[in-house]
Design a protein around this ligand. Structure first.
Ligand SMILES: CC(C)(COP(=O)(O)OP(=O)(O)OC[C@H]1O[C@@H](n2cnc3c(N)ncnc32)[C@H](O)[C@@H]1OP(=O)(O)O)[C@@H](O)C(=O)NCCC(=O)NCCS
Length: 294
């Protein structure tokens, strides 16, 4: 009999039909207390570019038919990667992942400056530095436990359906510099499988202006959910809307059955870290991508 470790690990692109299987695996791999990792909501947010683009950006590693690792090419030069929890220290897998990410001809990352995000406890973190990779800028994950009831914020919040996708899109565009988000992208995003477990919220000020927007993504009951993205319209900052929306996002995830609400933001985004803390989130130790400079 062939033992597991002698079996070949394969790398594949899922195709649009295979995306659901990847999303299901990511859902299953989420649990409390594990290192920050790729979430089904990340694939859900990527779906704004359409199902075909999402499938083209996903990479799956299997052994004996079983999915061991999933990567998302989040832009041309960043691979966000995670593994099944029980193979975080699997040497064959870590070696194979390393070979695939460092060699452009494998079709994972191009040549030149590229980065990999992987869970802090994944063995690939120890292998890439041996190939000249260095750690990049720090990011701060934050988490709010959802065991206790979340008190509703003092802001009118609406859960957005198809008739108001353009409102959510407008606030996101007005929140992020250079954003090209549109109602069309909202419809593409919400047509994806991960959105079944997600909600888009908008906060309105006293005059009925849409001032803040967030998407929350559950990974199923009893599992951590995430916020991605969250923003306050640039003309309406500094009035507590970010804090209120963050609390509303936590409440929405609680309703969806999530065990906690999580978010990851560059540590340099001082306003975002302060806003999440103000909304009851606690900072976790910083994490860093691994980067190859050229
Ligand atoms: C981050 C952001 C949502 C904050 O929204 P906001 O409505 O201005 O925030 P609030 O008024 O609710 O402030 C919440 C807390 O953050 C603090 N804060 C807000 N902006 C800050 C800044 N630039 N520097 C330091 N602290 C800041 C406030 O003092 C407040 O703290 P307190 O509750 O302890 O008094 C907003 O700046 C934004 O949309 N930025 C661009 C998008 C983004 O970065 N999103 C988050 C990452 S996905």
């Amino acid at each position: 009999m062939v033992c597991d470790h002698d079996m070949v690990i394969s790398l594949e692109k899922p195709g649009t039909d295979g995306l659901d299987e990847a999303v299901d695996a990511l859902r299953e791999w989420q649990s409390e207390g594990v290192a920050w990792q790729l979430h089904p909501g990340d694939l859900g947010w990527f779906q704004r570019s359409g199902t075909e683009a999402t499938a083209a950006a996903v990479r799956i590693w299997r052994r004996d038919g079983r999915i061991l690792a999933i990567g998302l090419l989040d832009g041309a030069d960043l691979l966000r990667l995670t593994t099944a929890p029980d193979v975080r220290h699997d040497e064959d897998l870590a070696r194979r992942l390393t070979e695939d990410v460092i060699a452009p001809e494998r079709g994972v990352l191009p040549s030149g400056k590229v980065s990999v995000e992987a869970p802090e406890d994944a063995l690939i973190q120890d292998l890439l530095p041996g190939h000249g990779w260095r750690t990049d800028e720090p990011w701060t994950p934050l988490r709010r436990d959802l065991t206790e009831p979340v008190k509703a914020p003092d802001l009118r919040i609406e859960t957005i359906g198809p008739d108001k996708g353009h409102v959510w899109a407008g606030v996101i565009r007005a929140s992020f510099d250079g954003s090209t988000f549109t109602a069309g992208k909202w419809h593409a995003m919400t047509a994806g499988a991960p959105y079944t477990d997600a909600r888009c919220l908008v906060g309105y000020d006293g005059q009925g202006e849409a001032v803040a927007a967030v998407a929350v993504w559950s990974a199923g009951p009893g599992k951590p959910g995430v916020l991605e993205p969250m923003g306050v319209h640039r003309d309406h900052r500094g009035h507590g809307y970010g804090r209120a929306l963050t609390v509303a996002a936590a409440a929405a995830l609680q309703e969806l059955g999530s065990s906690s609400a999580g978010v990851n933001t560059p540590s340099s985004n001082v306003a975002a870290v302060a806003t999440y803390e103000s909304g009851g989130f606690q900072r976790l130790p910083e994490v860093r991508d691994l980067t190859r400079d050229a």
